[in-house]
Ligand binder design. Structure first.
Ligand SMILES: Cc1ncc(COP(=O)(O)O)c(C=O)c1O
Length: 325
């Protein structure tokens, strides 16, 4: 997150709702030294028309989080439904009427020296006002990084494991210093994996193509949403397969997807324009569909949304629950 966060924002920490300024961990915390945490990123979009704050696919995010925590043997006790309820409660306690980013993080919390892990775990959920992550109205310039994406047998990229984001941080820092908006990482086999913080799609010969989930990518929820929109709304042939580096230089359209970036068009890669160097027609249509679906404007996709205030689409998770008061 780039912006400073107001220390008075209410967060969920150690089972309580407290101001951010009071949510503190000790200097010897295991996760701080060894990266032994697992995080998530969830978006909520404010819709003026319905005066509702729609949390986007929170159940899928919490289910992925709990699954990924299992890789590090971190248990997050509340159910996904209870975590949804904590999230909407945070929105209401903070009175958010704007776009929001939610950051759940679970971590090894023992305070001692030594890399061996034990069963001391903790988790927190932080929700902050959040605008655009990448400013991509005119399309982004992406650069292929000299850093390779972490391998599944080293640190699983599908895991959203805190330590693995050193890989993304190194690539992002290099990309920005070289004047790019975002890095594209290749995996050890030399195929395109993903952006530093997002999945990648290209359009070639009428097909929408994204690297396979076995190519060291995060199994993105936005990626999944965009695939559904492409198939159902545009009748596109969606293919998951390995992508060569030179294919992104020759493709018809290119874009990133992710919770933070949304759907972000890419118009140049390594100083080579993607076709005319303008945003492609399928990218524009998918971008509009994604916007409408995530703001509650498309009935078929309300299933993705959980309203924080008064929405009829927030049934179970908005009920007060005993265990997380
Ligand atoms: C490395 C990486 N790839 C892809 C994504 C996109 O995943 P999602 O759409 O689930 O946010 C993210 C975002 O969290 C990410 O950090």
């Amino acid at each position: 997150m780039k912006a400073e966060v107001d220390p008075k924002v209410i967060v969920y920490f150690n089972g309580e709702y407290v101001p951010l300024a009071e949510a503190r961990v000790g200097i010897l915390t295991h996760a701080l030294h060894y990266g032994t945490g697992v995080f998530e990123g969830v978006r909520a979009h404010w819709d003026d028309d319905s005066e509702e704050l729609y949390v986007l696919r929170p159940r899928e995010h919490f289910e992925r989080w709990k699954q990924n925590c299992g890789i590090l043997r971190i248990e997050v006790p509340p159910s996904s439904e209870e975590l949804c309820a904590i999230t909407t409660e945070l929105m209401r306690r903070n009175g958010f009427h704007c776009n929001v980013y939610v950051r759940p993080v679970a971590y090894k919390s023992a305070e001692r020296i030594g890399v061996a892990t034990d069963d001391q775990n903790a988790f927190a959920i932080i929700a902050v006002p959040f605008g655009e992550y990448l400013h991509g109205e005119k399309g982004l310039h992406a650069g292929v990084s000299s850093w390779r994406r972490v391998e599944d047998n080293a640190i699983p990229a599908r895991g959203k494991i805190c330590g693995a984001y050193v890989n993304s941080a190194l690539a992002t820092d290099d990309a920005r210093r070289c004047g790019f908006d975002e890095a594209i990482l290749l995996n050890e086999s030399g195929h395109v994996a993903e952006g530093a913080t997002c999945n990648l799609f290209m359009v070639r010969k009428g097909k929408l193509i994204s690297p396979a989930v076995t190519d060291n990518v995060l199994e993105g929820i936005t990626r999944d949403s965009v695939m559904e929109l492409a198939r159902r709304e545009l009748g596109l042939d969606v293919v998951e397969r390995s992508i060569d580096r030179s294919e992104v230089y020759c493709c018809d359209e290119l874009f990133f997807t992710g919770t933070a970036v949304g759907l972000a068009p890419v118009v140049r890669v390594d100083y080579r324009p993607v076709q005319e160097g303008t945003i492609g027609p399928l990218t524009k249509r998918l971008s509009q569909l994604y916007f409408d679906a995530t703001r509650g404007h498309l009935a078929a996709y309300r299933k993705w949304l959980l309203g924080a205030y008064h929405s009829a689409h927030a049934p179970e998770a908005n009920k007060p629950i005993q265990s997380v008061a």
